[in-house]
Design a binder for this molecule. Structure first.
Ligand SMILES: Nc1ncnc2c1ncn2[C@@H]1O[C@H](COP(=O)(O)OP(=O)(O)OP(=O)(O)O)[C@@H](O)[C@H]1O
Ligand code: SF4
Ligand SMILES: [Mg+2]
Length: 364
């Protein structure tokens, strides 16, 4: 089977979840189409030769509305952080477009890029390593003002930083303390304050609570949810656990091996999943109610995730899918609303990249 250009095969009608009636009203603030990141694999000491590529992200499409939260979920290594890094311009895409308010920012450079970068900020996974231990909290949160002095004049920065500490629930008097004087949850609040400093419109949060104790996770998620309303922010919230994103997401995209394989509203994904991979992920979500737990069907996936250097033909999930048939090895399934559900309507009518999509309620 021919390898399509940029790994973006089957993209005549990418389902971003933003089709008529599928997403929130209005134009998306951020729109990603055919996003690809391939890292070259080289061999040789004196003469380096490319012998392949790590297809970390291999044709991702999604859109984000103003004030909306999109949860992106998938197993380790499926490309979530690589997508995040491309959104905030820490990595350059191999192919594809990232449109911010309609403009493709992958083509920008210099001043124009700097202006756009201000509006899309990132909160990192690990609050222990992402904060410079030798800088005070005030300097960490105020650092973005050094790059964008137009946002806060020098004389006003300390007050701005203290306001930000207050906004994220920390004592403004802590401004001269160092990161080691804070708990993990407090450090993540500092990371969030830094992300807010330039008053962005979009925050990309890459597993912002994964390194925190379960008891602290909910507090940080609630804080982000509050800030979303207060500052009219849109979030891309990345996690590997479906149970974490449910509380905060309006829509969810499920990623597998560099692609989004199913996307829909939180109700569509959690209560009416149609892709076998989403169903398997949901079957592993902890269910607190013991009675409900008994009725929950466990789907144990066999085999390992294939290497991103050697992606299976056809459906990339087929080597682990219990429903795989010949067609799955031959044809790449589109991320689109399956015909059978399109006709019938209802909550199963959402985008799913499966030839044999079937609704299955996994969590009772
Ligand atoms: N700079 C790089 N060079 C080569 N391969 C890379 C590079 N960065 C990431 N990769 C590979 O790309 C794939 C996707 O990595 P990525 O960090 O985006 O996954 P992830 O979904 O964020 O995983 P996790 O849940 O563990 O954070 C992995 O196979 C990874 O090894
Ligand atoms: S297309 Fe085939 S292999 Fe892929 S998820 Fe659907 S049934 Fe499974
Ligand atoms: Mg990651």
């Amino acid at each position: 089977m021919a390898e399509p250009r940029g790994g973006t095969e089957g993209r005549p009608a990418p389902a971003t979840g933003f089709e008529k009636g599928a997403g929130p009203a209005g134009e998306p603030i951020l729109e990603v189409s055919g996003l690809v990141k391939h890292y070259p694999l080289t061999r040789g000491v004196l003469i380096r030769k490319q012998v392949g590529a790590v297809k970390a992200v291999d044709g991702v499409d999604f859109a984000l509305g103003r004030g909306e939260t999109l949860g992106v979920v998938g197993e380790s290594g499926c490309g979530k952080s690589t997508v995040a890094k491309m959104l905030v311009h820490l990595e350059r895409p191999t192919a594809g477009a990232i449109r911010y308010k309609g403009e493709d920012v992958t083509r920008l450079s210099g001043k124009a890029l700097k202006a756009v970068r201000r509006n899309v900020q990132m909160v990192f996974q690990d609050p222990y390593t992402s904060l410079n231990p030798r800088m005070t909290v005030g300097d960490i949160i105020g650092e973005p003002f050094e790059i964008h002095p137009e946002v806060a004049p020098k004389g006003d920065r300390r007050r701005r930083v203290q306001d930000l500490l207050d906004v994220v629930g920390l004592n403004p008097e802590y401004v001269n303390r160092y990161p080691h004087q804070f708990s993990g949850g407090q450090r993540q609040r500092i990371g969030i304050a830094r992300g807010l400093a330039l008053r962005p419109e979009v925050i990309v949060a890459d597993e912002p609570v994964s390194a925190l104790d379960v008891s602290v996770q909910a507090q940080v998620i609630n804080l982000m949810d509050r800030l979303r309303t207060e500052f009219d922010l849109a979030f891309v919230f990345i996690a590997h656990d479906l149970s974490i994103v449910r509380h905060i997401s309006d829509r969810v995209g499920v990623m597998y091996l560099g692609r989004i394989v199913e996307t829909g509203t939180d109700t569509q994904i959690y209560d009416h999943p149609t892709h076998p991979y989403t169903q398997a992920l949901l079957s592993a979500v902890p269910v607190p109610d013991p009675a409900a737990r008994e009725h929950r069907e466990r789907i144990i996936l066999t085999g390992d995730v294939p290497s991103p250097t050697n992606i299976p033909s056809g459906c990339r999930f087929r080597t682990r899918c219990w429903k795989a048939r010949d067609k799955c090895a031959e044809e790449v399934p589109l991320l689109a609303v399956p015909e059978v559900f399109r006709k019938a309507g209802g909550p199963a009518a959402h985008a799913s990249a499966c030839h044999f999509a079937e609704e299955k309620r996994v969590v009772p």
